[in-house]
Design a binder for this molecule. Structure first.
Ligand code: HEC
Length: 218
């Protein structure tokens, strides 16, 4: 290799190293600060509910440096108490800081907003699915009655009769091992139900939640 080429190769590498090194500390808080901290930097809050975080250390007063995405969560800061309210499902971040000079110390807090699945009502949400999609046949087909009044007692903790006979039609808290769920969600345990069609994704999810919540007779 010519010495000229070698020189430029070394120079090029050098430039890359300098650029990489100068990027290393970008965006981080300068060291040697007083150490503001939060009681949690990763919180989960239900939609419509609130959680509180306490700030400590550093130099008061504290302030909000970056608001979270306010479509997802809202925050208020009163002295050292940060109150976070969940607005919409998703993940957002907030940054709070203190009064350390010349550069405030800061803490980033990740907020995940969740929806709790409300308790499914058997009579108001599950039975209507049976009435519109199933009772045409299940006034006895497969030994199964799904009409109002008979359905619950025909399903919960009752052994399946036509296929997957080692399993219960509905095993409370375990949709994956319930023949009802297996038959509406796919093709295991014989033909998919309703025979000749299928339920909507949301109806399938509703029945799954109902079973996994304990198959309540509510
Ligand atoms: C067109 C008629 C028909 C419709 C509509 C229908 N089923 Fe069925 N179903 C059958 C027949 C026939 C069997 C027995 C053969 C089998 O298991 O595939 C059966 C079996 C079942 C079984 C198994 C029972 C056991 O003890 O083995 C379940 C659970 C079931 N159906 C649920 C449903 C649900 C829930 C719906 C409504 C979403 C539905 N079916 C709609 C005809 C139907």
């Amino acid at each position: 290799m010519k010495s000229g080429t070698l020189f430029f190769a070394v120079l090029f590498l050098g430039v890359i190293l300098v650029v990489l090194y100068s990027c290393k500390d970008m965006g981080t808080v300068p060291s040697g600060q007083t150490g503001l901290s939060a009681s949690s930097t990763n919180v989960t809050v239900n939609k419509g509910a609130t959680v509180q975080i306490t700030l400590s250390g550093g130099t008061t007063p504290y302030s909000i440096i970056h608001q979270p995405d306010t479509l997802k969560a809202k925050i208020t800061l009163a002295s050292s108490l940060l109150t976070i309210t969940g607005i919409e499902t998703g993940i957002t971040r907030t940054v709070v800081g203190d009064h350390t000079a010349p550069v405030p110390d800061s803490v980033e807090i990740e907020i995940s907003v969740q929806t709790t699945v409300p308790l499914v009502s058997f009579s108001n949400q599950i039975q209507p699915i049976f009435n519109s999609q199933c009772t045409g046949c299940h006034g006895g087909n497969g030994g199964l009655f799904l009409n109002s009044g008979a359905s619950y007692g025909n399903l919960v903790n009752v052994q399946a009769q036509s296929s997957c006979t080692s399993l219960k039609r509905v095993l409370p808290n375990d949709a994956a091992n319930s023949v009802l769920f297996k038959k509406i969600s796919g093709f295991s345990c014989g033909s998919q139900m309703p025979q000749g069609g299928s339920l909507s994704g949301s109806d399938i999810a509703l029945i799954q939640s109902w079973i996994n919540q304990g198959a309540n007779n509510n």
